[in-house]
Design a protein around this ligand. Structure first.
Ligand code: HPA
Length: 257
């Protein structure tokens, strides 16, 4: 048993979003099939051996992108990561850009969330509630992990913004122009469909969690004409290569210390 004077053993996982269906940082070390109380099917988690150590990977939409944002079993996923001893999670999320500067290709490390999703299983504490289960969520992301991510993007000499509000919509449809105008008034910088309840469940499990968001389009009503999925796919393809480089640096930084 570690004593309180020993540092926590760091175990890193990456949750992949649209465009990132395999981690690709090193050879396959192990495939985990984790049974959880939340699904009949086990959660499949890939473990890779990188230069700095092992990293776990879970593509939240499935390897073939067959799971819609509102159908993702967020509880099973977070539970499975926790049960494998994960302590730190880097989540990758494709997003639409709302505020100035949030243009396709930009990397963003948000520090706040507004949840517009609904009807999702969003807590581990539905059945056994107590006062202790009102988790503090003032700052939903882990500051230290955000800073490590920022340092890794700097190392990769890529542009990014640290801080910003991620608005989570229900999907799978994109938003109307009026919904995006409302989100802008609310203070949202970027919009995606999968950040919640994932971030909150990670907090309930005591995991350190940060998001690396890639802007893949200007949000509805802010670009020229309608949103082109072909354009989005192109930005995703290019962006994912950069994200892999950042993840390589960040896993080195985290696992080497
Ligand atoms: N809206 C919501 N989710 C998204 C978007 C968007 O414009 N782009 C990528 N994911």
């Amino acid at each position: 048993m570690p004593t309180s004077s020993q540092p926590e053993a760091l175990r890193l996982a990456v949750i992949g979003g649209s465009g990132l269906y395999r981690l690709g940082l090193g050879p396959l070390a192990q495939t985990h099939q984790v049974t959880t109380p939340f699904a009949a099917e086990p959660v499949c988690i890939i473990e890779e051996q990188t230069a700095a150590g092992k990293v776990l990977f879970l593509p939240r939409h499935g390897e073939q992108h067959s799971i819609a944002p509102h159908r993702i079993n967020y509880r099973a996923n977070v539970w499975a990561l926790h049960s494998l001893g994960v302590t730190h999670v880097i989540a990758i999320n494709a997003t639409g850009g709302i505020s100035a500067g949030m243009i396709p290709g930009r990397l963003v490390i948000p520090d706040q969330v507004i949840d517009y999703s609904h009807g999702r299983e969003h807590t581990f504490f539905s059945e056994q509630h107590s006062l202790a289960h009102h988790i503090d969520f003032t700052n939903p992301f882990d500051q230290q992990l955000m800073e490590r991510l920022a340092a890794s993007i700097k190392q990769a000499k890529m542009e990014y913004r640290i801080g910003g509000v991620y608005g989570c919509t229900q999907g799978p449809r994109l938003e109307t122009a009026a919904e995006i105008r409302r989100m802008y008034r609310d203070g949202c910088d970027i919009v995606g469909m999968t950040g919640m309840p994932e971030v909150a469940l990670a907090r309930e499990m005591g995991l350190r969690y940060a998001m690396l968001a890639l802007v893949v389009n200007r949000a509805a009503g802010l670009g020229v004409g309608e949103i082109s999925l072909d354009d989005v796919k192109l930005v995703l393809q290019q962006g994912v290569d950069g994200i892999r480089i950042v993840l390589g640096h960040c896993s080195q930084l985290l696992l080497a210390h």
